[in-house]
Design a protein around this ligand. Sequence first.
Ligand code: DC
Length: 223
Amino acid sequence: MTKPIITIDGPAGSGKSTLCRLLARALGYECLDTGAMYRAMAWHVREQGSDPLPAEALPAMIGQVEIEIQGSGENQRVLVNGRDVSREIRRPEITQLASDLSARAEVRQVLTEQQRRLGTRGGLVAEGRDMGTVVFPQAEIKFYLQADLRVRAARRWRELVQAGHEVILDEVEEDMAHRDRQDSQRALAPLRPAAEAEIIDTSRLTIEAVLARMLDRIRPGKK
Ligand code: DC
């Protein structure tokens, strides 16, 4: 029997990455950050220098790229054709381009296939926007995290400042609201909770409390 797959979806700053890493550690599973794959693709497209992006050039561009994700959390390394782009993919312009590209069918198809391949052995906590709805509809356990926009923006602002980026809170909030709208209103695999997902509002919960609630759902009664 293969080990289960657990999905975590939600908007930016809802706590997906942190909870994915902690949950995976608690269960002895791998954590898959699929947003990093969309960001890596955006970095690659930007590196090819096309801005604005000619629609016909995209398929050839994305067919040739090898994206590798090693480790998770602070130790996560994202490689594009062997080059470490872990830091660069967090820059605001790559963040926005990742969201733009994620509406494109060619991009979603390539990355969805890679994500399913990484899930074949189970024992995976996968986080993103469409994990429970499209990529792993058969997943045993599904979560959807949400939080107030202001709270999410403050969390992201703090992370960016700590990583040495110079950013203004109001701008982070504006960009985030714009990206959330784009990610939830697109035609393909939009951000939304799977029917069976447990929805958790993390605005006023500590990370430990969210983790405890998730673990309780996964193995009820066990502390
Ligand atoms: O989770 P993140 O902020 O790193 O994701 C960056 C962008 O990638 C996000 O704005 C939308 C896209 N994305 C997606 O469309 N599907 C996923 N499963 C994960 C991310």
